[in-house]
Design a protein around this ligand. Sequence first.
Ligand code: DP6
Length: 354
Amino acid sequence: WVSMVTARTPTNIAVIKYWGKRDETLILPINDSISVTLDPNHLCTTTTVSVSPSFDQDRMWLNGKEISLQGGRFQSCLREIRARAQDVEDEKKGIKIKKEDWQNLHLHIASYNNFPTAAGLASSAAGLACLVFSLAKLMNLKEDNSQLSAIARQGSGSACRSLYGGFVKWIMGKEDNGSDSLAVQLADEKHWDELVIIIAVVSARQKETSSTSGMRDTVETSALIQHRAKEVVPKRIIQMEDAIQKRDFPSFARLACTDSNQFHAVCLDTYPPIFYMNDTSHRQDNQLCREMESCRRNTSDNVQVAYTFDAGPNAVMIARNRKTAALLLQRLLYNFPPQSDTDLDSYIIGDKSI
Ligand code: DP6
C-alpha cells in the first residue's frame, strides 16, 4: 500500500520585515513581522507526500529533480513532525500505521513551485510551509496551524507565516526553546480583499546572497539593526495592525514602504554591504514614489499604491483596488516596457486573498 497527501500553499510577502535571528538553529527572530499571504492560485508550492513499507529511504524531488535531504533544517522539521505523529487507519485501502511505526517508515516527497526558486520571491516560505502541512496531514497530527507554524519556522523563518491566509503576524517570542515563536492570523483573506498584489519580476535569477547568510552578516556587523529591531519595528507592528484592522490604506502604504526602505538600509549598513535591489528596482521605486506623491498632492492623501522589496530585486506592489492595479500596470508597462534585451522579464498579477 501507499498512503498519500497533496497540499498547496501560497507564498507570503512581508510588509513589516523579518531580518535577523537571535537563535540560528531554532530560527528565532529579533523582531516580530507581518505579512500578507497571496492567493494560492498564483505563487504557490504544491507538495505530495507519500509513505509505503516498500520505500527504503526518504527521498525528495523539487520541480522534478531529486534533491538531498541531509540539510539540518529539513531534518529538524521531520523530527518534530514524526515526534507528534498519530495512528493512521484506512480499512478500505488496507492501511494501518501505529504512531511508533512512523519512526521506521520512509517518505517520498515531490514538490513543485510555480515561480522561480530562490529569486527572492519567498519560495522557501511556501515550500517549507507546504511540506510541514502535508506531512502533518499524512501523519495525522492533532496540532493546529499556529503549532504547525512553529515547526515550519524551523525550516525557514518566513515559512511560518504561510500557514494562514490573509494578514499574518509572526510573534518573535521570548522563550529560549522557541515554543512561543509562532504565527497568528491578524485578519482573514476576506477582511481586505480589494487589495491587489503585482510583482514585477525584474530578475528570476537565483539571488547572490541568501537571506540566511545575509541576515547573519547584518546581525554581526550592522550598527543600525539593533535600533531597527528594538526601537522601530515594535512601534510599526502596532501601527500596522491598526492600519490593517481599519483598512487604512495610506497608513498601510507608508508603513510598508518605509519598512522596506529600512530593511534595504540595514542591508547597506552590513559589512560587506548587501545589494538586493538593482537599477531597475530603484527606477521602479522612484517612479512609484513619484506616482504616490502626485496622488497625495492631487487627491488629499489618497495614496493608491504601496511597494515592498524582499531579498531580491523584484518589486512587489500593492494596489488599493483592481482599478488602481489596472492603471498601475498600464503605467509600468509604459515606463518599463519589457524588452528582450533588458532584464525585465514579466509581470505577475495576483489577488491577495487565499
Ligand atoms: C527579506 O525566511 O528566507 O523575505 O529564516 O534564514 O530561511 P531564513 O530566512 P527567510 O528570510 C526572509 C527575509 C525577507 C523578509 C520576510 O519575509 O520577513
